[in-house]
Design a protein around this ligand. Structure first.
Ligand code: MN
Length: 365
């Protein structure tokens, strides 16, 4: 029995065409094979750690371990770079740039509906409460990630809390919730640098009327994974909020598959990150500059929007870079939204207004 495999050395990787179906042997389960089967005994482990394994066939050698054969993933190509230099205020606490919104394009970013990048900015000390008072949501989830400053939240389920740098509020509005979002009292008093992201994640129709919920996720609860580059050096880190990588799992419970990672890349290093075939893949650069395998570049507050075909992307950090890695399975359903409600039909939007007005989404205690 033979294995259909084209063995390639790490230094040849860059010459491969994106769609070239190259087959390589992964040494993870076959270390004892490596010397005999891989030219120069190079350790391909580091190279392919992040590539989605696609087993083609298994080869059993008498007296030896099973060797798995992997196909190198096809790379996603860049659709465009998404940016919005125009900011607006949400309440009096959050100066944001809406990088994308389902209003403009309900399909391209699904399952994500909207992303507001708040800051970076600096607030003067104050005794005033800055933020957004009581308001409802229905039909989706809001995910608030704080990078600098502190945000306090209270909602009609009785949940709440204050989150600081590295912490995340994952709020499931679903059937309906009423909440408020303010700077924390302590941050108001001290003032200082402020930066956050609020991401809206759609729910499939069958979960839109699920009970509301709240996940407070602290930085300490999110596992950090080292990202190796093609030479096996540490190229950066990924802090997993949702989704899994290298056996580590982000703590957020999600209704559909997605990856939400806080990624740091070191200047000059190249990493390959896997994002499943067919998934929306839209990393947002918060600070720094990266170059894609297509040669496109993205810098502060710019989002790389990839085509859905393909199983991974390669990014080179031109400078030290912080990015929010977002990928998820699209929800192929109609999107009808109005203000704080995102449903599947006009009738459901009217119902949402009526349910809110009659107090069915609860109120703040
Ligand atoms: Mn809100």
């Amino acid at each position: 029995m033979s294995i259909e495999a084209t063995l390639i050395a790490p230094d040849q990787l860059a010459t491969l065409q994106a769609a070239e179906p190259v087959v390589i042997i992964d040494t993870r389960d076959a270390d004892t094979f490596a010397a005999g089967h891989i030219p120069g005994a190079v350790n391909l482990r580091e190279v392919f750690t992040f590539l989605a394994p696609v087993p083609l066939r298994r080869h059993k050698s008498p007296g030896r371990r099973t060797m798995r054969v992997f196909r190198r993933p096809r790379m996603k190509t860049v659709s465009h770079i998404q940016r919005n230099p125009h900011g607006h205020w949400v309440g009096d606490g959050f100066p944001v740039r809406s990088i994308f919104s389902y209003d403009d394009n309900p399909v391209a970013f699904s399952p994500f509906l909207l992303l507001d990048f708040g800051g970076p900015t600096t607030f003067e000390p104050t005794t005033k409460r800055r933020g957004v008072g009581s308001h409802p949501h229905r039909g989706f989830e809001t995910v608030t990630i704080v990078y600098a400053g502190e945000v306090s939240h209270r909602d009609s389920t009785g949940a709440g809390g204050t989150i600081g740098p590295g912490d995340v509020q994952w709020m499931t509005a679903a059937a309906g919730i009423v909440h408020e979002e303010f700077h924390s009292e302590a941050f108001g008093r001290s003032g200082g640098p402020f930066q956050m992201v609020q991401l809206w994640v759609n729910l499939p129709a069958r979960h839109k009327m699920a009970p509301p919920g709240y996940q407070g996720i602290t930085a300490a609860q999110t596992p950090t994974v080292d990202l190796p580059d093609v030479n096996g050096q540490v190229a950066g880190t990924a802090r997993l909020i949702a989704g899994s990588l290298l056996g580590a799992q982000g703590p957020a419970k999600t209704f559909t598959p997605m990856q939400v990672w806080d990624v740091q890349l070191k200047a000059g290093h190249t990493v390959t990150l896997s994002a499943p075939e067919g998934h929306t893949t839209v990393p947002l650069v918060l600070k720094g500059r990266v170059k894609t395998q297509d040669g496109a570049e993205a810098t502060d507050a710019e989002m790389i929007v990839y085509q859905r075909a393909g199983e991974g992307v390669t990014l080179t950090a031109v400078t030290d870079t912080t990015l929010l890695w977002l990928a998820g399975e699209p929800i192929d359903e109609p999107v009808v939204g109005y203000g704080p409600f995102v449903m599947n039909s006009e009738a459901e939007i009217h119902q949402a207004f009526s349910d809110f007005q009659s107090g069915k989404m609860g109120r703040l205690g």
